[in-house]
Design a protein around this ligand. Structure first.
Ligand code: SF4
Ligand code: SF4
Length: 105
């Protein structure tokens, strides 16, 4: 799918995201090109154990994992925080094992 937008200049310094349901599809950080997801998240839950993206909003368990992580799955489903959806691209950075997601710039 190809889409084109003529966005206002003030968004140049903003973070931009494209989301499908509760999955990040593409994002753009200030002064960087768009990054498009080519390989999807395999929902291993690893990034929610090591560095939960919602750590500033929800309490963590004693082991440091997110309180909403159950059997390696987010039990909030579609109700999970926008912060978790937008932070998906940091999964590779924070997971101890192989994160599946790939973005091309
Ligand atoms: S709310 Fe869900 S997606 Fe967000 S850190 Fe917790 S388990 Fe992970
Ligand atoms: S570590 Fe990567 S593949 Fe696993 S849940 Fe997090 S973003 Fe998805």
């Amino acid at each position: 799918m190809k889409i084109e937008f003529d966005l206002p200049d003030w968004v140049d310094s903003e973070n931009l995201y494209i989301i499908s349901r509760n999955e990040l599809v593409a994002y753009k950080l200030p002064n960087e090109p768009w990054k498009i997801k080519t390989v999807r998240c395999k929902r291993c839950g690893e990034c929610c154990k090591v560095h939960p993206k919602n750590g500033a909003y929800y309490p963590l368990k004693k082991d440091g994992s997110c309180i909403h992580l159950e059997n390696n799955q987010c039990k909030l489903g579609m109700e999970k925080l926008l912060a978790c959806v937008l932070g998906e691209h940091t999964g590779k950075e924070y997971s101890r094992f192989n994160c599946s997601i790939e973005y091309k710039g």
